[in-house]
Design a protein around this ligand. Structure first.
Ligand code: CP
Length: 290
């Protein structure tokens, strides 16, 4: 049976902590592993990406493998080839593949029929590779993860959901503060708030994401209105733990969900977090292909 990574819930606590440690090792020596020597990895991008594409393509190369980028306009899926047939054929040519797509059922169906590992590079519901990089950044910053408090402020979206799922496995208390109508559904382990001030009390990390995610453009004005008081700024960080760091999965809209002062300031770990995508995903690929 191939090992898949669709939501992050597939990992045990021991596996997750070992993966994060391995990611930190690979960051120290980016060419330390040739785990993908002689292997090709398919990377299907049905939505735009900067970080995910860069980090996976460079990461596969650093592990000695060959990344094959597949754009929708170059694939027969666009012309109606079934997800099942696509999974069967990919499994005959590559040793694992990831997809960035719309509905979660697409990645779930690919995984059902693939005979090689399938990983989620972002769906409407989940962004688990991002959550791995986020936890790696916290582990680098604070050491042990157990007992840390991470408060996500803003739209209760795929990034918030993955943080809640993967954070709970690692022993991080994840709080999600959102306005009415944009709240995350109850996720085991996550504490939901409406008031961001209450939610950041004692937080070691304050995390935010764009107010208008890919696919939400039609409701952009409503979202900006509803989320206007959920901006991460220095005043909000001052209410958290003294050692607080600001996180953002990027791309950012400075002046909307985060101020420029925080985005480029002394308390952020955002650019480290963006780099850590590559290291965390390399450790993930090692695990999936072990
Ligand atoms: N955080 C993230 O997934 O970035 P990209 O959309 O640029 O891949």
């Amino acid at each position: 049976m191939a090992r898949h990574f669709l939501t992050g819930a597939e990992l045990t606590r021991d596996e997750l902590l070992a993966l994060l440690d391995r990611a930190i090792e690979l960051k120290r020596d980016r060419l330390a592993s040739d785990a993908l020597a002689g292997k090709s990895i398919g990377l299907i991008f049905q939505k735009p990406s900067t970080r995910t594409r860069l980090s996976f393509e460079a990461g596969v190369f650093e592990l000695g493998g060959h990344p094959i980028i597949l754009r929708p306009d170059e694939m027969q899926m666009e012309r109606g080839e079934s997800i099942r047939d696509t999974a069967l054929v990919l499994s005959r040519h590559v040793q694992a593949f990831g997809i960035r797509t719309h509905a979660d059922v697409i990645v779930e169906e690919l995984a059902r029929y693939a005979t090689v590992p399938v990983f989620n590079m972002l769906t409407a519901g989940h962004h688990p590779c991002q959550a791995l990089a986020d936890l790696m950044t916290l582990r680098e910053t604070f050491g042990a993860l157990d007992g840390l408090v991470l408060t996500y402020v803003g739209d209760g979206n795929n990034v918030a959901r993955s943080l809640a799922i993967v954070g709970a496995i690692a022993g991080v208390e994840v709080r999600v503060a959102s306005p009415e109508g944009y709240a995350l559904e109850p996720v085991a382990g996550a504490r939901l708030f409406e008031d961001p001030v209450e939610a950041v009390d004692g937080a070691h990390a304050v995390y935010t994401d764009v107010w208008v995610s890919m696919g939400d453009e039609a409701t952009a004005d409503d979202r900006r209105r509803a989320l206007a008081s959920y901006r991460v700024d220095d005043a909000l960080l001052d209410l958290a733990a003294p050692e607080v760091v600001a996180l953002h999965d990027l791309p950012a809209h400075a002046g909307e969900e985060i101020t420029a002062e925080v985005l480029y300031g002394d308390r952020q770990r955002i650019w480290e977090q963006a780099e850590n995508r590559r290291h965390a995903q390399k450790a993930l690929l090692e695990l999936l292909l072990r």
